[in-house]
Write a protein that binds this ligand. Structure first.
Ligand code: ATP
Ligand code: MG
Length: 313
């Protein structure tokens, strides 16, 4: 049993909802393939030994270095580009590919941060790691291949992993970085089937000692024209023809109304499409004119940290 005050979500994968989330993420195919491979190798270092013996007749020296890497994955980048969704769902294909009985997804509760009392955050994060380690231990067995694994997601992790060099940083926050590093190192040292995924909008603020440990760092971007078109097609099916979809992709892109940035993925899925449905319901269908008029009234979300006057929504 995990403590409810430490984690704000605990899920067991594989499950259909995570599979759906994973498959609906657009434009991340290369990353998805690499991520699933990296996760398999971080969780099951023996797979690389087997590969090396099979293809090189020996275990290459670099193989053991590879498997000693800290099990940390960093997702950084713009708002609404899929960091949280991917962190929450990639355990699903990992579990399926390796036939693991389960991958437990634990999300660090926001409650563990910023409540002020000195020592509290550090204590809670350290407790969270204790539970992650305990759970990961249950997945190990003598065969070398784990029966289950743990993915520990620290979302909006900059609050915790912010650079220790930041001058105004309170002593308590610096301690948070140390606890994080110790937890990640512990998973690596004990070779447990556990992964830590840290998501942030502000990669530049992360402590270098945390970044140095990242086995994978991916920077997420706003969608391209083609990706926006695909998201729109996925949402609206046969409603429009090719040229209308291309127009909508252009209208949701950068360089409109003097803005250098276009819509994020979530601007389209969580703002534009719901607004469109609400306006059409109950008396009219979704039309191209209606879509254009909704877009005219909907500003793209400004990139994180941008404070130009044009940031109004
Ligand atoms: N690559 C993508 N393909 C399709 N839809 C996406 C993609 N990325 C994000 N979305 C849509 O946007 C929603 C929000 O995405 P998510 O919460 O994962 O973004 P995020 O990068 O974590 O944002 P934030 O920085 O604000 O936390 C998703 O539920 C999904 O509907
Ligand atoms: Mg997020």
């Amino acid at each position: 049993m995990t403590s409810p005050n430490l984690f704000d979500d605990v899920r067991e994968l594989p499950d259909e909802e995570a599979a759906r989330q994973f498959s609906q993420l657009i434009g991340l195919d290369d990353l998805k393939a690499i991520l699933v491979k990296q996760a398999r190798l971080l969780l099951m270092p023996d797979l690389l030994d087997e590969w090396s013996r099979k293809h090189h007749n020996t275990v290459l020296p670099c193989v053991s270095d590879f498997s000693r890497r800290p099990p940390l994955i960093v997702f950084s980048g713009d708002v609404g580009t899929g960091k949280t969704t991917l962190a929450d769902s990639f355990g699903d294909p990992v579990a399926r590919t390796e036939g693991l009985a389960k991958v437990t997804l634990l999300r660090l509760s926001l409650m563990t941060r910023g409540r002020g009392a000195v020592g509290e955050m550090t204590h809670l994060v350290s407790q969270a790691f204790d539970e992650v380690v305990e759970l990961a231990k249950k997945g190990t067995n003598s065969s070398g291949k784990p029966s289950s694994a743990v993915v520990f997601v620290i979302d909006e992790g900059d609050a915790l992993a912010e650079s220790r060099a930041t001058e105004q940083m309170h002593h308590e926050d610096r301690a948070g970085v140390n606890v994080l590093i110790r937890g990640i190192d512990r998973l690596a040292r004990e070779r447990l089937p556990g992964l830590v995924v840290l998501c942030t909008n502000r990669v530049e603020s992360l402590d270098p000692a945390v970044m140095r440990r990242a086995a994978v760092h991916h920077q997420f971007q706003r969608p391209s024209d083609g990706q926006r078109e695909l998201v729109l097609r996925n949402a609206l099916g046969e409603t429009f023809g090719d040229s209308e979809y291309q127009d909508l992709a252009r209208l949701t892109g950068p360089n409109r109304n003097g803005k250098k940035y276009g819509y994020t993925f979530s601007d389209i899925t969580q703002r534009f499409i719901p607004n469109l449905l609400i306006e059409a319901f109950p008396d009219s269908p979704v039309t191209f004119e209606l879509a254009k008029s909704v877009l005219d009234r909907l500003e793209p979300t400004a990139p994180f940290g941008l404070t130009e006057p044009e940031t109004k929504r």
